[in-house]
Design a binder for this molecule. Structure first.
Ligand code: SF4
Length: 373
């Protein structure tokens, strides 16, 4: 994928563009064609599709405090995802989820209605007020008691959580580090599946042989090459993952011996219960719902006169000054070539109403909207 161009814009040979293109492919083609994996000789170059009552929501760079995944796929119940929409586009954090998930249909004192949160009730009361401010619940005061009731039942809209690590280039030592990371993912079992997406090779295995040796068998492998699919990719599952036990307690590996001859240290780990996992999955899903994978648009300089969208379908940020696609990090306030859009563009005199930057923002926002439906 190094010398490819999308919409005429050369790609930077970096993970960012690879990741965005994988996100786009996943959004259009999830899940990878079933039935071809499970043995290392299998080949399939097409994605499949979810049943009609399911839909995939894709996000980037989300996870828990000590682990962030590159691409996250939420396989959602279509009807429940639509029910989720009444709670607004913004994510519900753990405090708000506690309130809306347990909000009663009839008026009740919040302390009677909600399970003990395990932290001071004063924070719960603040969350009830925040929920009311956002029209998520109704509140009233009876004496000095705050009562509340739900406006809508919060749906359990996520069926499965799938994590994908995007590693276009993997040598043996990078594969070892990644293997260690994935073993931790497997032990914790927070996601239903974990995959690695990597650049396809011409070898017999379709990917770097080191990957097949170093990665845990529970992790799936996607071989990514230029093609005619969404985002200009063909994505081939060369190894299908095993489903992880998300409903049972998991193991968080805190420390492990490095495996050297003289290393006799013991591994350190702790258990996490199933309830913790369930609540973290909900929180991650909420953030994914708000951000999607096009959230980078909030960080790149769409207000720069050189900003363009390369291939509206993908879409990738591109820069007319540099003549190529750019990463979110380089298309930032510190960019020495930044130039604000001329005021006349913003006033609507440019061919796209409000200038190309505004046009790009609107395009990305419309696409985010569509994917929440
Ligand atoms: S901020 Fe820099 S990288 Fe981004 S569009 Fe402007 S000139 Fe290009």
């Amino acid at each position: 994928m190094t010398d490819a161009a999308v919409g005429g814009w050369p790609l930077p040979d970096r993970e960012f563009a690879f990741e965005l293109r994988v996100c786009r492919w996943v959004e259009a083609c999830w899940p990878p064609e079933p039935g071809s994996g499970g043995n290392r000789d299998s080949r399939s170059s097409h994605g499949g599709s979810l049943p009609d009552d399911r839909v995939a929501v894709v996000a980037r760079q989300l996870g828990v405090q000590d682990r962030r995944w590159d691409t996250l796929v939420l396989e959602c119940d279509r009807a429940k995802l639509a029910e989720r929409a009444v709670f607004g586009e913004r994510a519900l954090d753990s405090d708000l989820l506690h309130v809306v998930r347990h909000a009663p249909p009839e008026w009740a004192w919040y302390r009677d209605a909600l399970p003990d949160p395990g932290y001071p009730w004063q924070y719960v009361r603040e969350a009830v007020h925040t929920a009311a401010d956002r029209d998520l619940v109704e509140t009233r005061k009876r004496g000095n008691r705050i009562e509340f009731r739900r406006r809508w039942r919060y749906p359990e809209w996520v069926e499965r959580v799938v994590a994908i690590e995007n590693k276009p280039d993997l040598d043996a030592s990078a594969a070892r580090v990644l293997g260690d990371q994935l073993e931790r993912d497997v032990a914790l079992g927070l996601a239903d599946e974990v995959w690695v997406a990597t650049r396809a090779t011409d070898g017999a295995d379709g990917v770097e042989p080191a990957l097949l040796e170093r990665l845990p068998v529970e992790a799936g492998i996607l071989a990514v090459r230029e093609g005619d699919g969404p985002a200009g990719l063909d994505v081939e599952p060369v190894w299908h993952p095993r489903s992880l036990a998300v409903d049972t307690p998991g193991t968080r590996i805190l420390e492990r011996p490095d495996g050297g001859t003289h290393d006799r240290s013991a591994a350190r780990f702790e258990y996490v219960d199933a309830a913790w996992k369930a609540s973290k999955r909900r929180e991650i899903a909420e953030r994914a719902y708000e951000r999607g994978w096009r959230g980078y648009a909030d960080h790149v300089r769409t207000d720069c006169r050189h900003f363009r969208v390369a291939d509206a379908e993908a879409p990738l940020p591109a820069c007319a000054a540099k003549g190529r696609c750019v990463t979110a990090r380089e298309c930032a306030g510190s960019c020495p070539e930044f130039e604000p859009e001329p005021p006349a563009w913003r006033a609507g005199e440019w061919p796209i109403d409000g200038g190309p930057g505004r046009g790009a923002m609107r395009l990305l926002e419309r696409q985010r909207e569509r994917r929440r439906e």
